[in-house]
Design a protein around this ligand. Sequence first.
Ligand SMILES: [Cu+2]
Length: 145
Amino acid sequence: MKALMVLLGVTASVVAVWALAFFADRRVEASPPVATTPPQHLTLTVLNDSDQMAGPKLLLRPGRVVLTIVNYARHAHTFSAPGLGVEQVVVPGSPIHPSKTVVRFTARHGWFPWFCRFPCDMGGTLYVSSNPPRLHGPLWANATA
Ligand SMILES: [Cu+2]
């Protein structure tokens, strides 16, 4: 009788371990790897030589990002976000012929300040969330897949 109880106990343990492994694997399969999801395309625009901007606060999902910086200013800037390992020079443009600089990076969950390393007041924040608050709807709409 004791041997039967031990056998039942061992069998139950094996089934429990198998079930845990089975469901753990399925949970991993449910979220696709970052590399297979399409990148998010966002735009940041430097509107003039006074460095006024459209879109300095960027709301995005975790994953790959393609950020296009349109520069109408006649001088260079940088888009520097050390928290995400992003460091990019933004080349000068002009009011008639704006430059376009494309920055590619992978965003992880959190919020990250960005700034220009040159003497200007440009800067903003990247808010990375898989569940963005409704308050930021217009900004979220900027992040199209
Ligand atoms: Cu600048």
